[in-house]
Design a protein around this ligand. Structure first.
Ligand code: FES
Ligand SMILES: [Fe+2]
Length: 333
């Protein structure tokens, strides 16, 4: 029997089996079945360079920006497979350093030395394969093999929040977490633990009015402060993107699976109103992060126990985690 079945009725459901997190086989499968089919945040508009190499899983891709025209294509030379671009750069075109094949900034093949007598050459196969991508506000997303369109993944976030075009990227920070990527995400997806784990955060939000809404590929948690003012919108885009909207701007967290028990979480900070920095629910994200890591790493040790397999959900406080587990099952099946 498959472990990827979660009852749609949260009152009857049991949580995802711990085998999903501990079995290396499922970790590998989740890269293909979940991560290659979802949308990755690959760039935040930055005019300082026009060619940017990034990896989605182990797939090297290039984001090019030629006078505002964005393109996204493979970063592997179509001759014998060398990586074309290793670093961010400003350039008019791409030249492979191995044997000199040239491409333009749309990924089209331009020229190749010593190939005069080659038959049926060049063909479309000599262009760099295009990668599906989309843009929202400052953000560029790409997907290797999308399960659904970017619009379907982002629809509710786009309707709810204003893209802060003027916000500046002010900081990038990586956190290493000794836990499975999904444990990190499912902790984020419930405010249930806030009064237990985050005393500081709990003192500035009103736990009683905290809400969770679930959508097709995303969910939204909303926190208000004691005066009934909006403290934060926490948007989660399946499977690994967190967009946290605070009065001062946006904190974006990207959860990157490294091994079944290691995850890197990248924090991108975009400030739009400096006067509000240091106040409210987004005042001290570092403390909240370290508090979360400690419980998530504790769960990582706990789920390996022979005496634990799965648990139950709170119908009032764990809708986001239930929804996340159901999406994992849908993609893994
Ligand atoms: S691998 Fe790029 S030109 Fe040969
Ligand atoms: Fe937390």
């Amino acid at each position: 029997m498959s472990i990827f079945e979660i009852n749609p009725d949260i009152r009857q459901a049991h949580t995802l089996s711990s085998e999903f997190y501990t079995n290396e086989k499922y970790f590998e499968q989740s890269k293909e079945k979940i991560f290659s089919r979802s949308w990755h945040l690959v760039d935040c508009f930055d005019d300082s360079v026009n060619l940017r190499p990034v990896n989605i899983l182990e797939t090297p891709i290039l984001i090019s920006n030629s006078n505002g025209e964005i393109n996204c294509f493979s970063n592997v030379c179509t001759h014998r497979g060398a990586i074309l671009v290793e670093e961010n750069c400003n350039t008019n075109g791409i030249r492979c350093r191995y044997h000199g094949r040239r491409f333009d900034l749309q990924g089209k093949f331009l020229s190749m030395p010593e190939f005069e007598n080659v038959e049926n050459f060049p063909s479309e196969k000599d262009d760099l394969p295009q990668i599906p991508f989309g843009v929202w506000a400052n953000f560029i997303f790409a997907s290797l093999n999308p399960f659904a369109t970017l619009d379907e993944f982002l629809a509710e976030m786009k309707q709810t929040v204003q893209p802060l075009k003027k916000s500046r990227l002010t900081a990038i920070k990586d956190y290493e977490v000794n836990a499975h990527w999904a444990l990190y995400c499912e902790n984020y997806l419930e405010g249930f633990h806030v009064p237990f784990v985050h005393q500081g955060l709990n003192s500035v939000i009103d736990y009683g009015t905290y809400t969770t809404e679930t959508f097709r590929f995303s969910s939204l948690q909303t926190a208000f402060d004691d005066n009934g003012e909006l403290a934060a919108h926490y948007f989660f885009i399946f499977p690994n993107l967190m967009f946290n909207f605070y009065p001062w701007g946006i904190s974006v967290n990207i959860v990157k699976p490294i091994t079944p028990s290691k995850t890197t979480v990248t924090y991108l900070t975009f400030v739009s109103d400096e006067s509000k920095l240091g106040t409210g629910a987004g005042a001290d994200l570092e403390t909240v992060e370290l508090e979360d890591q400690a419980v998530v790493e504790s769960v990582q040790r706990g789920i390996r126990s022979r005496f634990y397999d799965s648990g139950r959900y709170s119908p009032t406080r764990e809708q986001g985690t239930h929804h996340f587990h159901r999406l994992i099952c849908e993609f893994m099946s």
